[in-house]
Design a protein around this ligand. Sequence first.
Ligand SMILES: [Zn+2]
Ligand SMILES: [Zn+2]
Length: 372
Amino acid sequence: MFSKTSGIGFGTTLALAREKEILEAERQRKRRLSSIVQQQRKMSNTSQGANSISPHQYTSDPTLAWEMLKEKRPVKPVRQMKLDTPVRHDHVRFVCIGCTHGCKLDMEKIPPGDVLIIAGDFTTCGLPKEVYSFNKQLGHLKHPFKIAISGNHECTFDESFLKSSNRERDLEAKELALKQALQAAMASTKMSTPKELLTNAIYLEDQVIELFGVTIYGTPWQPKVDNWAFNLPRGQPLLDKWNNIPSGVDVLITHTPPLGHGDLMANGQRMGCVELLNSVTKRVKPKYHVFAHIHEGKTLILLASKLWKLPLGYGCTSDGYTKFINCCICNEDLEYKNDPVIFDIPVHPTTKQYYSQNHKKITKRIHKEEKK
Ligand SMILES: [Zn+2]
Ligand SMILES: [Zn+2]
């Protein structure tokens, strides 16, 4: 039996050992992250790796490109996890939402979890007051970590969108009026970027972070449709962005779907990016690919004598390795209709405890690093 003194001494030694263990884990985390970034830079500079994927010959016609590819690219329906599924102590729960388009978040419908992912289009056009209101709502959610990326509707987040000339010939009068209103709204805030208003989330723009030992990459770009933010032509310009995604990240967040998964419009047109599909399946191979942007619902298909709901847009699919999640909350009519989508990733219980207990400190540190 321990005496009182030796008991305290033993406890202190244990606490010190744990602290040492945590510091070492933190050092390893930083080393891993910097090696991922270095490896990616190296790959981007060589003729192999990232650059071995070249634009598809029918990149500008995704519906046709899919017709050519679909035999080789399986798309399996995946049942969504029930939102009240209990989370295990050795798993981290991710809760995904996207395309809320300025609607007030339904707090009752957003289940608890460790990381809330927002896959873009959280405003209607990126007005500072919309970002402020969304950030305030995020403040009421208890998830220790919240990660957001922009979508095409976050116009003020895209510097090149705001700074590009107002005299563009293809800009319609109402687009020009919107752009000028956004420029005026930003000027009145005296802020250089609306990202400063997103204090309750970690904002990712072509960046990787690691939480709970899980690597997460976020990028807002999508194939050009009309004049919106983070628009790029299909083919090499978008592929250049996807080439920045480190191989082997665990969770990839993009605003656009890849081709063939959650990218089908009700009119039968595919909207996903074939270069993103090729990058994800051939090189990046994430465990989860989360996106939004295509608001369509589900369709019923008969598969192996069972009736499945296969997503057009919103829902989950798999290619046998990566799970693809379209987490659009709004439907085609911009009504707040769909539930968030959840998934769990196994982690060491000590790691989970460390990140959960220190989430404020870790988020602060990430925000500080962002400003550098
Ligand atoms: Zn949307
Ligand atoms: Zn969108």
